[in-house]
Design a protein around this ligand. Structure first.
Ligand SMILES: Nc1ncnc2c1ncn2[C@@H]1O[C@H](COP(=O)(O)OP(=O)(O)OP(=O)(O)O)[C@@H](O)[C@H]1O
Length: 250
């Protein structure tokens, strides 16, 4: 069995004269976290947007399992098994934690707003929502209004909402942004739990978390990959030290 769940080859995205992503290839494996790091403007979010279908690539090819998804809409790509979280929290503040996850699960159910939808599909939706809530460690917070939960819990909720669509590939854009030490530790533990059943791409600025979590590491600068491989190997790459990580990691 091939455990590469997503394979992107030679992706380029140009905005006018700027190549925000320039000939980047990446494979995401079941059971592995692939971290993508780089300074501001390196092209990490653009790469994420290409994989999720939020932006069409200028050139290159993206396979999700056996299916080519290059240029497909984000909705079709999501239905094919790719979930993403955004830098900005996307939750419905006045709704409870459970209602948020249930709505996200419903977006994946067949004909979600049909009055006569079969009871089994409702049961299935509830089951997916329950499982997502549990995986994200939020079952005990299910009846709390989302808007009053702590920042870290809102980021967990966003991941629960992504999980509710039953993705196999997860693209996580700075899930630790704005977190304190305790919240960050709990998010790191959550991502460790999730990787057994998913292929994960993690874009993150928190280097402690990146080195705690990453099985593979890609460093981007100015749209290009300057190093990619085992984290220890990438960390000691002189190009990376010169361009990005600096003396502190030597
Ligand atoms: N829609 C767009 N139109 C024009 N230029 C864009 C667009 N989106 C991104 N860019 C440019 O592409 C380059 C890469 O941006 P991107 O947001 O992907 O970087 P990043 O590595 O995610 O940065 P950060 O860590 O700050 O989020 C930047 O120079 C940015 O200004």
């Amino acid at each position: 069995m091939n455990d590469v769940l997503l394979s992107a080859s030679h992706l380029t995205k140009r905005f006018g004269g700027l190549a925000a992503v320039n000939d980047v290839s990446v494979d995401l494996w079941l059971g592995r976290i692939h971290a993508v790091i780089g300074p501001n403007g390196a092209g990490k979010s653009t790469l994420t947007n290409l994989l999720s279908g939020d932006l069409p690539p200028t050139s290159g090819r993206i396979m999700l399992g056996e299916r080519e998804i290059t240029g497909r809409s984000p909705e079709r790509i999501a239905r094919a098994g790719l979930g993403r979280s955004y830098q900005k929290t996307n939750i419905f503040q006045p709704f409870t934690v459970w209602e948020n996850v249930r709505l996200a699960a419903q977006s994946r159910a067949p004909r979600p707003w049909h009055w006569l939808a079969r009871a089994t599909s409702f049961a299935d939706t509830n089951e997916r929502a329950e499982r997502a809530l549990e995986l994200a460690g939020l079952t005990h917070r299910r009846d709390v209004v989302a808007g009053v939960t702590a920042h870290g819990e809102q980021r967990q909720l966003e991941i629960a909402m992504t999980l509710a669509t039953s993705p196999r590939v997860l693209l996580l854009d700075e899930p630790l942004a704005g977190m304190g030490t305790v919240e960050a530790e709990s998010m790191v533990a959550l991502l460790q739990r999730l990787k057994a059943e998913h292929a994960i791409m993690l874009v993150e600025h928190d280097m402690d978390a990146v080195f705690a979590l990453a099985d593979r590491l890609t460093v981007m600068v100015n749209g290009q990959v300057i190093s990619s491989g085992e984290p220890a190997q990438v960390r000691s790459d002189p190009n990376v030290q010169a361009a990005y990580l600096g003396e502190e990691t030597a």
